[in-house]
Design a binder for this molecule. Sequence first.
Ligand SMILES: [Zn+2]
Length: 481
Amino acid sequence: MAPGAIEHGPSAKRTRHDPDIDSTPAADMEVDEAPAKRDVVYEDFEGYSPQLMQQFYRRLFPFPEMVRWLSYGHKKNPHPMYDENYLQRREISMTLDGDIFVRYQSFKNADEMAKTIRARNPLKIDIGAVFNVDPAKRNAYSSFGAVERELVFDVDMTDYDDVRTCCTGADICKDCWPLMTIAIKVVDHILREDLGYQHILWVYSGRRGVHCWVCDEKARKLTNEQRGAITDYLKVYKGSENNKEKKVSLQGSVLHPMLSRAYREVLLPAFLDQVLPRQNLLVNETQIDTLLAMIPDEELAEEVKAKWRNGGRRASAHEDENLARWKDLEKIVIREKKRNIRLGHCLEEIVFAYTYPRLDLEVSKHMNHLLKAPFCVHPKTGKVCVPIDPADCDNFDPMGVPTLASLLNEVQRFRGDLREPAEEAAEAALPTDLDKTSLKEAVQLFRTTFLDDLEADCKSDIERAYRAKKDELASRPTTGW
Ligand SMILES: [Zn+2]
């Protein structure tokens, strides 16, 4: 094998910097001694393969952070209130090569988790609920059920295919990604301001969407009914196959404060600055008809169209044509609103239809729903599911996230050699490798924007519960006569 090379499966393509290497048969054979570092000809890893994943789990996956998160303070420093079995009651499931799905796995600690994951080398790791007993031993108990689960949300770009003109299906680009940014902003704000949650983790799904984990204790302990009530609160988008032309219906003369705030602060600015111009909503013929169909007065829609046909308000040199046309439409609808009550929330409804988050609500309603773990690698894109800071989500670039191959190339450049570690080393964590790659930044963000505060709060909650219990015992009247 060439220096710095590891064995690859058929799906991993390789390119070489030095064209001569390809023609040298010896390059693919084992060499006895690694040459001095300066002589090493690196090969770039590309794509995705189980062999690369093995290296990823050995060298880069942040097991300690994952376990710190999922322990919710129940680890280290034996304390009378710590539940040492807490982590082990959590279901972790794995998808193995060949579509083999292994559910109800559990782990005692980070070492055990790392050892098993490294041995089984899953394509995907999912996180399930916390059960009343260790899910791996569920058959030994008469009752088995979920008792805790983060409140989770899943937003997928494919649900916006009727809004997007730039891409369809699994593709994303800089023109449609703002739709995800809008979803993060709106949902995050509602969760924090209206529902009072603080420990919220946003994660890029690795391909075309985002996941949200609400980790406050009161969120983890919500019943399925309460989860349903929260999803109802968030639901505005009432799209259905039979109701294509009008997907949002805003009731009442005044918008709900939550909706009016979302509209003012996020949806309208994003619609005007990003969605309208980038998706060419009023230049693209099909999009024009879709949008105008949302005006509940056909004559008026015709009038708007005629105005555009006749030139309408000319877009200035610096103004986008879509935006100029929107101003025409806005003016006509506002003028007519006084006469036609059906036009009440027409403009807002259009903006909501194009921008309000479209959540896969089934994922949020049930405790027992699995969701992909952060820091997994998406097999189709090779991208790592990195956390997103909601306070800085405008600057998140899904096209620039580290990939399996790019990270291993970074490790290779640092180490000069990625040959299989010795047997013992294979089981040991190699944390220094993470720090030498761009994944470090993502793990740091996970810690500083989410994990550190969560852990501190969990510990103080446990301490508070302990003191309360002690006080209660101390204040109990002594009975004696
Ligand atoms: Zn796109």
